[in-house]
Design a protein around this ligand. Structure first.
Ligand code: SF4
Ligand code: SF4
Length: 367
């Protein structure tokens, strides 16, 4: 099978972050700072990405601005011809750093918000004063002439504030708004009983998003991601395993998806000793769920198999105990009942905030 080059590289520079979001997409076992790739390692990886044909690099984390060498990496990626994006909480963005990033050639910044109002946002993120810093960061980004995407992750506790979130994004002169329901892996799965919205909440959010889209026309784009638990069909997770993205963890593991390390029995190559080209085209890990040959029934004969690629492997593992089963987010999946069971779980207000030290409680498969 000929493998076209990946479109994007997701560079998780660090798992350090001043915030403690209970839905964080980072793994439960976070990479310690001492294990992080060096600046030189990252610059080499960026060169390899450009040579492989990657178009975009997304500097992510944790909080990528916790790395003081972020500006050097952006400059290097820019010189290599890569489109550069930073996915940040914004709390570490100062005027000096904004100027340095601008000079380095940053193309785009995506800024995340925990809620529409400071008290609730700071409470959820566990960082007092964070929301005010984000507002200041948004102004710095727009004043430097860069496009801004604001990202709001939706859960039961903030789903009723989506109208105010959209108004906030308009005030901040965002060009794109991402309203994305929590994806229930890692910390989100651990906290699912506290975060999963009700069907009525979801329907209200959807109606608000649709009305805002109609009102804003082409002026601001709104991307909307619904929770898999209420979906009829799964997402094409990462655009298909090993097809569009390489995700590099802070310690250098190359992953087809940021949660892939949860899949036991697989070993993932490290960029410390394997080139991006070699791991993309030659590693077992990237080939394991690529394409359609691995698929079970009913995906194998389904007319959508090259649209959603059978959904998410990590979600299949988390909910059925087997990464090679059809994602239960699909209404045709044999394990679909686990979604209804999850929706019917008693809600709790007990939330475990994200911490560098892995929690002793781990989510276990529903089946
Ligand atoms: S989701 Fe929250 S805790 Fe996780 S990296 Fe982003 S800002 Fe930090
Ligand atoms: S059966 Fe498989 S390929 Fe078909 S829609 Fe569901 S997940 Fe996608």
């Amino acid at each position: 099978m000929t493998v076209p080059p990946p479109m994007g590289l997701i560079a998780e520079l660090t798992h350090r972050c001043p915030l403690q979001c209970a839905y964080c997409s980072n793994p439960l076992a976070l990479d310690p700072p001492t294990s992080e790739l060096s600046t030189g390692d990252w610059l080499r990886v960026l060169d390899e990405a450009a040579a492989l044909g990657v178009l975009q690099v997304h500097f992510s984390g944790g909080e990528p601005m916790a790395r003081p060498d972020l500006e050097a990496m952006v400059a290097h990626a820019h010189r290599a011809g890569l489109y550069t994006n930073i996915i940040t909480s914004g709390v570490l963005l100062t005027p000096a750093r904004m100027a340095a990033l601008d000079a380095a050639g940053i193309d785009h910044i995506q800024l995340s918000f925990q809620d529409s109002d400071a008290a609730r946002a700071d409470g959820f993120g566990g960082y007092r004063g964070g929301h005010a810093k984000k507002l200041a960061a948004a102004a710095l980004i727009r004043d430097s002439g860069l496009p801004l995407t604001t990202n709001f992750v939706i859960h039961r506790g903030n789903a009723d504030h989506v109208e105010a979130m959209i108004a906030l994004a308009e005030d901040l002169r965002a060009e794109r708004i991402e309203i994305a329901h929590v994806q229930y892996y890692g910390w989100g799965l651990l906290n699912r009983a506290a975060l999963l919205p009700s069907r009525a909440q979801l329907d209200r959010v959807t109606a608000i998003v649709e009305a805002a889209r109609a009102r804003l026309g082409g002026r601001i784009t709104i991307d909307y991601v619904v929770p898999d638990y209420y979906a009829e069909r799964p997402k094409a997770c990462m655009g298909g395993w090993g097809q569009r993205f390489i995700n590099i963890s802070p310690s250098g593991k190359a992953l087809p998806c940021h949660a892939a390390e949860t899949i036991g029995g697989m070993s993932f190559p490290s960029v410390r000793d394997t080139s991006l080209a070699a791991l993309w085209t030659g590693s077992e890990a990237f080939a394991r769920f690529r394409g359609t040959d691995w698929m079970p029934a009913p995906c194998r004969s389904c007319d959508r198999r090259e649209i959603d690629w059978g959904g998410c492997r990590c979600q299949a593992l988390a909910l059925t105990g087997d990464a090679a089963r059809t994602d239960p987010a699909c209404a045709r999946a044999p394990d679909r009942a686990v979604m209804a069971e999850a929706i019917g779980e008693p809600a709790t207000s007990r939330i475990l905030p994200r911490r560098l030290r892995a929690p002793s409680v781990r989510p276990s498969p529903v089946l």
